[in-house]
Design a protein. Sequence first.
Length: 89
Amino acid sequence: MNLGGMTAEIFHTESLHSEDTVVIYIPEEKLLFLGDATSEDFFNDGYMDIEKLKTLVNHIENIDCEYCILGHTEPLKKQDLLDYLYTLY
């Protein structure tokens, strides 16, 4: 993928929303695109699997990003997103 000299790390991650969640990390910009990864289980009536949430949170914690881009909200600072996600468990 030609991003004009930037790197896009695209990888599958465990998430609440679906089994096929893919996130994109742009290290040069310290951006993590999460899409709907933090949303409830789309295929299971909005079920929230706490273990999947904890795995996703751990994954976000270990990525050197400054901002997280979600599917249906303004960009969030990483710590603001984590602080919110911690309240869910």
